[in-house]
Design a protein around this ligand. Structure first.
Ligand SMILES: Nc1ncnc2c1ncn2[C@@H]1O[C@H](COP(=O)(O)OP(=O)(O)OP(=O)(O)O)[C@@H](O)[C@H]1O
Ligand SMILES: [Mg+2]
Length: 293
């Protein structure tokens, strides 16, 4: 097993308070992690550490075997593919889509004087095709829809054939069809044994592509639970992370989560048996959903 990330008591302090608090976390090269947690839990901060975009205030962070603080991050960053809202904001609106992707080879946004060879352009077109955005290569980034922008960002993140792929809320703002299309494409990338280790941040368990292997749940900068997704992603751990009584399950590799209706909560307190939820999203399907308490 090759470790791509190792966090030991990783801490980030901002404004005098820890926004990441003694996080221990190890990611191996064949793993696909989802990071879940409420707004402000520290998910983006965690991803910034993983992307060598931020140094920890305390503890130790190793990225691709290199310790942050003891390595030139400019050597490290081209080995990591990142797609995030912060990065998308830095892309000039008039940038041609193919250039948005190809400039990742230089870890820059905005094409300037760099010379790209035919291999770079061919690679850019190949990764655009991989995310279903090959028809967009000649368009200006600013003219794309939200869903199209997300795909282009992921293509950019894949451009350098990274050893680690970091996606911060890749499905945020997408309509149902665009979300499902993206989640299906991410599942295909996750299933590719040559694809890099992946960490995907989201608020919604419905956005977890099938094939993701591990989950880390954060709340107030602390790890609530972490480990193999089949063991760790339960109603109990989601309740602890989000502070709302939740029930969770999965249907053919896709997850769902719902609030426990107050009537069932009451029954639970009085230790009476809880009937199967009538609003079950698996109802009507041939295969009943696996419910995790
Ligand atoms: N530079 C800063 N100074 C002070 N507080 C900060 C700073 N950067 C982040 N924070 C705070 O740290 C906390 C964690 O932020 P972070 O962006 O990592 O959360 P998140 O889990 O990604 O949230 P969201 O789901 O809303 O994207 C938030 O409360 C945020 O306000
Ligand atoms: Mg965030």
């Amino acid at each position: 097993m090759v470790e791509v990330l190792r966090f030991e008591a990783a801490t980030v302090v901002r404004g005098g308070r820890p926004i990441l608090d003694r996080v221990d976390w190890v990611v191996a090269d064949h793993e696909r992690w989802v990071v879940l947690g409420p707004n402000g839990a520290g998910k983006t901060t965690l991803l910034q550490l993983a992307g060598a975009l931020l140094h920890p205030t305390g503890g130790r962070v190793e990225v691709l075997g290199e310790r942050l603080g003891a390595v030139d991050v400019f050597d490290l960053r081209p080995r990591i593919g990142v797609a995030s809202a912060a990065l998308a904001e830095r892309i000039p609106a008039d940038e041609r889509v193919r250039d948005v992707v190809v400039t990742a080879a230089w870890a820059v946004t905005g094409r300037w004087r760099e010379q790209y060879d035919d291999t770079d352009v061919a690679r850019a077109d190949a990764v655009l095709a991989m995310v279903g955005a090959d028809g967009l290569a000649e368009r200006q980034f600013g003219t794309l829809s939200e869903g199209e922008r997300k795909r282009v960002q992921i293509a950019r993140a894949l451009m350098t054939d990274p050893e680690l792929l970091l996606l911060d809320e890749p499905a945020a703002g997408l309509d149902l069809g665009a979300r499902e299309d993206l989640v299906t494409r991410l599942a295909a990338i996750a299933a590719d044994r040559w694809a890099p280790a992946q960490v995907l941040v989201t608020h919604h368990v419905e956005e977890i592509p099938s094939g993701f292997t591990h989950v880390l749940l954060l709340r107030d900068g602390r790890v609530v639970a972490a480990g193999p997704i089949g063991e760790v992603l339960t109603g109990r751990t989601l309740t602890a992370a989000f502070g709302t009584r939740l029930r969770a399950g999965h249907i053919r590799g896709r997850y769902w989560a719902r609030a426990v209706p107050p009537s069932q909560e009451l029954r639970g307190r009085h230790a009476r048996p809880v009937p199967a939820p009538s609003t079950d999203p698996g109802e009507g399907l041939a295969e009943p959903p696996h419910v995790v308490p």
